[in-house]
Write a protein that binds this ligand. Structure first.
Ligand code: NAP
Ligand code: ZN
Ligand code: ZN
Length: 350
């Protein structure tokens, strides 16, 4: 076991504290890496505050992890010391169910092992990337291509793949109109990726405050959802709506913006149930769907795509101080981040 420094919340109602955790010995197929940066995903906040389900505490969140390899097991073939690597939302899966075999490990039928707030199959708790070091099996480790800095790459490991995967699955590309709802961590990457795939992109944001940024990222249109006229103007306009909002939205109103056969895909995950009228679907053969992160193969494909298209997250780097992370959580909840906080874990004292 290796002892490593980390930032943890002791309970769902407490702030962050500096602590130490144990990482397992480097096994034959394991990679040990020094975490350089870890993004703050809105899912970290949902989990650290028990907004989805009862969490496992103390909790060390973080599933947008980027760093540099410092040791590898003697049977590792994919990585070497010095390589730039990343870890996303899961660190293991059963490897034998239909979904794992199809490379969709995020939908593992046995349940993939979450990077934090989860348990390995032997029952031990998992701790995430708000820490100095991480040990992970090489098969669940991603390669960060040259050309993307580690701080800009970290958020791709969750926010990037969560938007890339549905955009690919639902065929975003030339001739398709895509609306991205919410210009936050996920949303700003969704805009960049959909634009690079060749789609015509519209941002649906609560207000026009971030319009200049949205257009700089490549959006052709930008509308405020607080203005009811937006929903009248955009009726039956989109092939795909990617909803990244963490709160419940009036779904019928958004569904009315889909064309014939259009799909609304939800990646934002509110804690309360949603409601909608089937008529909003049936009237134009629309569909309402959801999507969760992406598999390992697709995550690597997304990283390579982002490197090729010069896509990284727009980040604000934070000192690895408990109080600073607490404040950042408040700012994320208040939609006051442009567009992803990443914690500088290289600066965390060992
Ligand atoms: P974020 O940075 O907080 O962005 C969410 C954006 O939603 C905000 O920037 C804001 O954009 C908009 N918004 C916030 N509150 C709203 C409200 N009350 N009404 C309308 N719009 C609102 O969060 P994130 O990290 O991108 O995560 C977003 C959601 O995706 C979270 O629920 C998270 O748990 C979930 N998530 C899911 C997956 C998955 O695999 N499905 C993966 C990662 C995250 P505007 O100001 O532009 O409106
Ligand atoms: Zn996430
Ligand atoms: Zn499986």
């Amino acid at each position: 076991m290796t002892t490593t420094a980390a930032l943890a919340v002791p309970t769902a109602s407490a702030g962050f504290e500096r602590t130490t955790i144990e990482r397992r010995e480097v096994g034959p197929h394991d990679v040990l890496f020094d975490v350089a940066f870890c993004g703050i995903c809105h899912s970290d906040i949902h989990q650290a505050r028990n907004e989805w389900a009862e969490g496992i505490f103390p909790m060390v969140p973080g599933h947008e992890v980027a760093g540099t390899v410092t040791a590898v097991g003697d049977q590792v073939t994919k990585f070497a010391v010095g390589d730039r690597v990343g870890v996303g939302c899961f660190v293991d899966s059963c490897r034998e169910c239909d979904n794992c075999l199809a490379g969709e490990e995020q939908y593992c039928l046995k349940g993939e092992v979450a990077t934090y707030n989860g348990r390995h199959y032997d029952g031990t708790e998992t701790y995430g990337g708000y820490s100095k070091q991480l040990v992970v099996h090489e098969d669940y480790t991603l390669r960060i291509p040259e050309g993307i800095s580690l701080e800009e790459a970290a958020p791709l490991l969750c926010a990037g793949i969560t938007t890339y995967s549905p955009l690919r699955h639902w065929g975003a590309g030339p001739g398709k109109t895509v609306a991205v709802v919410g210009m936050g961590g996920l949303g700003h990457l969704g805009v960049k990726i959909a634009v690079s795939m060749g789609a015509e992109v519209t941002v649906l944001s609560q207000s026009l405050k971030k319009e200049e940024d949205g257009r700089r990222l490549g959006a052709s249109h930008y509308y405020a959802t607080e203005d009811r006229q937006t929903f009248r103007d955009l009726r039956s306009s989109f092939d795909l709506i990617l909803n990244t909002v963490a709160a419940n939205l009036p779904l019928d109103r958004y569904l009315s913006l889909l064309r014939l056969d259009g799909a609304m895909v939800n990646v934002g995950i509110p804690s309360d149930p949603d409601t909608f009228r089937v008529m909003a679907l049936a009237g134009m053969r629309r569909s309402l769907s959801g999507s969760k992160i992406g598999g390992i193969r697709e995550t690597q494909e997304m990283l390579d795509f982002c490197a090729e298209h010069g896509i990284g997250a727009e980040v604000e780097v934070l000192a690895p101080e408990p109080r600073v992370v607490d404040e950042a959580y408040e700012r994320v909840v208040a939609s006051d981040v442009r567009y992803r906080f990443v914690i500088d874990l290289g600066a965390l004292e060992a």
